[in-house]
Write a protein that binds this ligand. Structure first.
Ligand SMILES: *Cc1c(COP(=O)(O)O)cnc(C)c1O
Length: 461
């Protein structure tokens, strides 16, 4: 399996290199050269298998011999053994034809653990073979950072730097990043929003002297391996509800477009997905873009679903690449326009995107009333992100069973949940002492040179 960049000029890489590289050297994102197809029989055979087994079957064609089969199975087993539910991704029923896929039973209580735990295992195995050291720098709207620290803390050949927007993540999210005691974990609170943090991380990747000097690796969803790990639960959930014999639909609360892009890949592999619905909060650039054809940023407005407070959805570039017939030059031109504020999606590409995705938005009041309604009607406490998904999904219900992705545990966002229901969800036992642990973090300016100096100084210690 080979990986190519969405901007067409970076070298073609194998799986291992694409995982270690993160952002392509032409500023693009790596995507598989061809998407493997699964037959009806191969998909049917996944029903009733363990999560780990489905994971192996779905991801194996993408690994391309980088890990031997038994080694890869061992890494998958190690990745998911720390989850606090035997099913890993259990489903509950919200209504006659509406299901909730609970992706928050991992160690940091958000779906990011599915990919990050596996990447932690895979990178560690790769580094053990090569003897290299790497520096991971990631930007987070809250959950990627905590999942990354959990996956990499204490590893001998990895330093982890996480940039998060100061004052804009929940207390639980911040503490998950600032309380790991391991010296290789560096929590950096940047004076800026998520888009600015993500832009500085991309700047570091685009500074080749710095990138090569510190051996920079990325774990944001620009990393193909993250998207890949998330493809698995689409197959796992769909086959549990009768696919491939019947189609199912998915609604995905979306920020950086990584999670829903994984669903898109699952569909391209042959999984019968009827509707694939983008759900946004008040930061609704994706919903607006699909409706109007205009992809234009207008500043992030902080919301009660902070992990989706994003205007520049990095992985949307991957969907655009396919919609523009895999024309890297066209994508590079659009992304240059985006730096100046936005671009118009061509009519042809817009039709392809509209045939592929539905979309909807959910404002702050609707988020709260959805949490309240489903608590009363079903006893399920939704986190605010999952509630955005559930509200939009309810507008899109049809004949196919609808599966909404529950992306975080309600206890990660207790203030919003309490406002909606009067109930303050408690942290699960493995995290009960989170608020007693000492915090360690560094305030940093939104300034590339200062950030690079800090990274260099820390790794030289
Ligand atoms: C990251 C995150 C999202 C958005 O996922 P993307 O892959 O960035 O679209 C939604 N909900 C929660 C809780 C998250 O942590």
């Amino acid at each position: 399996m080979k990986y190519v960049s969405t901007r067409g000029t970076a070298p073609t890489l194998g799986f291992g290199e694409a995982m270690m590289t993160g952002l392509a050297r032409d500023g693009g994102l790596y995507v598989p050269e061809t998407v493997p197809q699964f037959s009806h029989g191969e998909i049917a055979a996944m029903a009733g298998q363990s999560y780990e087994d489905v994971a192996f079957r779905v991801m194996r064609p993408y690994i391309g011999g980088f890990f031997a089969d038994d080694e890869f199975q061992g890494l998958i087993a190690a990745a998911y053994q720390g989850f606090h539910h035997a099913a890993r991704a259990p489903m509950v029923q919200l209504g006659a034809n509406h299901f909730l896929l609970e992706l928050f039973h991992g160690p940091t209580l958000a779906f990011k653990d599915f990919a990050m735990q596996l990447i932690g295992q895979m990178m560690q195995a790769a580094l053990a073979k090569s003897g290299e050291r790497i520096t991971i720098v990631g930007a987070t709207s809250g959950d990627t950072g905590s999942a990354a620290m959990e996956a990499f803390r204490g590893l001998a050949n990895v330093e982890v730097f996480i940039l998060f927007p100061h004052g804009r993540v929940s207390d639980v999210q911040r503490r998950q990043m600032t309380t790991p005691v391991e010296a290789n974990c560096h929590a950096l609170a940047i004076d800026g929003d998520f888009d600015e943090a993500q832009a500085r991380v991309k700047d570091m990747f685009n500074d080749f002297a710095f990138r090569d000097g510190v051996r920079l690796a990325g774990v944001n969803s620009i990393n193909w391996a993250r998207v890949l790990a998330q493809v698995v639960y689409y197959f796992y959930a769909a086959t549990a509800l009768g696919a491939p014999h019947r189609a199912v639909s998915f609604t995905v609360p979306t920020g950086n477009f990584g999670d829903i892009f994984a669903g898109y890949i699952a569909r391209r592999m042959g999984l019968p997905i009827d509707k694939l619905v983008i759900a946004t909060n008040q930061n609704d650039i994706l919903d607006r873009a699909l409706r109007s054809g205009d992809y234009r940023t207008d500043g992030v407005r902080p919301s009660i679903s902070p992990s989706m407070d994003i205007q520049v959805s990095s992985n949307f570039e991957r969907a655009l690449f396919d919609a523009y017939g895999r024309d890297g030059g066209a994508i590079a031109a659009l992304m240059a326009e985006l730096k100046a504020g936005g671009f118009r999606i061509s009519q042809g590409a817009l039709e392809i995107l509209r045939a592929t995705f539905a979309s909807g938005r959910c404002d702050e009041d609707e988020t709260l009333s959805t949490i309240r309604h489903f608590w009363k009607e079903t006893g399920e406490l939704l986190c605010p992100h999952s509630a955005v998904g559930v509200k939009v999904a309810e507008e899109q219900l049809g004949r196919a069973p609808m599966i909404t992705l529950a992306t975080a545990h309600p206890a990660k966002f207790p203030d919003a949940v309490e406002r909606a229901t009067g109930i303050r969800p408690g942290l699960p036992p493995h995290m009960a002492d989170l608020f007693d642990r000492p915090e360690r973090m560094t305030r940093v300016p939104n300034d590339l040179a200062a950030l690079q100096a800090l990274v260099r100084e820390r790794i030289a210690r």
